[in-house]
Design a protein around this ligand. Structure first.
Ligand SMILES: Cc1ncc(COP(=O)(O)O)c(C=O)c1O
Length: 440
């Protein structure tokens, strides 16, 4: 639209100025037309470039012989074995570390809870969803970890996202290990805090960053894991504690893979190093691994837990953990306390696996004593081929490729469980050694 004075003025323009003006108007119109044309990929999911890229990646994996290896139904309980397509295979694909999923006492507890409370608590705990099982579980976790209290959320991933995002904000800094789980990273992004990834397990680099930047921020969170789920290695926890104390920061340890698996009694990475539980501000853990359930927790001070219970969005605006899930986690914890030898057996099996793999010259990465054992392959397609070849020989082990791990760091990842037998492990490593050479 033109206003009056503009069109009056135009009548007196020279022919050259008029041509220039016309050209500018046409250019503006063309731009507007282009603007009006919204590309289809902006409003059609089937044309999303990211989706098309995914389809391409799936097609190249499927072309390697076994069809689509994702979402394959497992037809029974995954412990040392699994059943797929009616075939029993030795299983390394699930983190049922202590064999609690499928344990008769754990299943019986879940069934009793269903009979008494039904399958859902049907409300946020803050309003009407609280059951006696909830406090029982939170007390049991706090006692086990050694903290004043704990809070249980419905998902492990959600626990990290909502807790981190809720406790930290724009004036704060979060430093997280570069190999941190996606849930930690998502929590960092959502918080709006300044975020920096420090090199994996490098507390000296962390110290340096804090030395340079600590005074620019109000609160600082350092987020690490007890056992890293892709490499199976552990942090030097006492060094991290010393650094965080010196710089007056909070320390969060994600124990998804270390609770139940580390320390003589399975109390986690804190027990492994003999640190005081109060030296870590947020002990985070999941119920989906050693505890045969579904959900996550934060264990820490009374003040922290009380604050989260009244204000953390993923807790307040979400349903409480279901009765069977709460009951199975309580029962798994009780079983673990009664039978700590499960942890030792798990480590014996893992040591056997690692030592046999080393004898075969296989690359198990940086963690010889871990219960998560990667076999580093490098090339993505090769890792898929290896996984397929093992599947044909009765072994279920998933591959890990980019973006779950860095480019050229593809691997097979073996989750050990205390229910694996020595014979299963010997057969697996023997077969793996042969198959690696064939695929080469
Ligand atoms: C380190 C870590 N944190 C958090 C989670 C999320 O836990 P969940 O699967 O119980 O939601 C996982 C999942 O594997 C994990 O490995």
């Amino acid at each position: 639209m033109t206003n009056r004075s503009e069109s009056e003025g135009r009548a007196n323009l020279s022919p050259d100025r008029k041509r220039a003006l016309l050209a500018r108007l046409l250019e503006r119109k063309a731009k507007q037309a282009a603007k009006g044309e919204i590309r289809e990929e902006y409003y059609r999911f089937d044309l999303y470039p990211e989706y098309l890229q995914l389809k391409q990646q799936l097609a190249s994996i499927e072309s390697l012989g076994r069809g689509n290896p994702f979402f394959v139904p497992q037809e029974g309980i995954n412990r040392d074995t699994t059943t797929i397509g009616g075939r029993e295979l030795i299983d390394y694909g699930t983190y049922n570390y202590l064999g609690m999923c499928g344990d008769p006492a754990v299943s019986a507890a879940a069934k009793r809870a269903i009979e008494r409370y039904g399958t859902s608590v049907s409300a946020s705990r803050l309003i009407s969803g609280e059951k006696p099982l909830h406090r029982e579980l939170e007390r049991a976790i706090a006692d086990f970890v050694g903290t004043e209290d704990s809070i249980v959320y419905v998902g492990g991933h959600a626990t990290n996202v909502t807790t981190i995002a809720h406790l930290f904000g724009q004036r704060d800094l979060i430093l997280y290990d570069s190999l941190s789980h996606n849930s930690i990273f998502q929590g960092c992004l959502l918080s709006g805090a300044s975020i920096v990834a420090f090199p994996h397990n490098d507390w000296q680099a962390l110290d340096l960053i804090l030395h340079e930047r600590r005074d620019r921020y109000q609160r600082v969170l350092v987020a690490i894991e007890g056992v890293y789920s892709t490499d199976g290695d552990i942090p030097e926890l006492p060094a991290f504690i010393e650094v965080k104390q010196r710089h007056k920061a909070f320390l969060m340890v994600d124990e998804a893979h270390s609770i139940g698996t580390m320390g003589r009694f399975g109390r986690g990475i804190g027990e492994h190093f003999g640190v005081a539980p109060g030296d870590v501000d947020l002990w985070m853990g999941t119920l989906s691994k050693s505890f045969a359930s579904c959900g996550g927790y934060i264990a820490g001070s009374r003040a922290l837990v009380e604050y989260l219970k009244y204000t953390a969005p993923g807790f307040v605006y979400s349903v409480g953990i279901s009765p069977p899930n709460a009951a199975s986690a309580i029962a798994a914890l009780e079983r673990l306390k009664a039978e700590p030898e499960r942890v030792e057996r798990l480590h014996e099996r893992a040591r056997l696996f690692s030592s046999l793999a080393c004898e075969k010259g296989l690359n198990t990465g940086p963690s010889p004593d871990s219960v998560v054992i990667p076999i580093l392959v490098g090339d993505s397609l090769k890792s898929v081929r290896l996984s397929n070849a093992l599947f044909e020989r009765g072994i279920n082990v998933p591959f890990m490729i980019y973006p779950s791990v860095p480019q050229n760091a593809a691997r097979l990842r073996f989750f050990l469980t205390c229910t694996h037998t020595e014979a299963q492990i010997r057969y697996t490593v023997e077969t793996l050694g042969r198959v690696v050479n064939e695929v080469r």
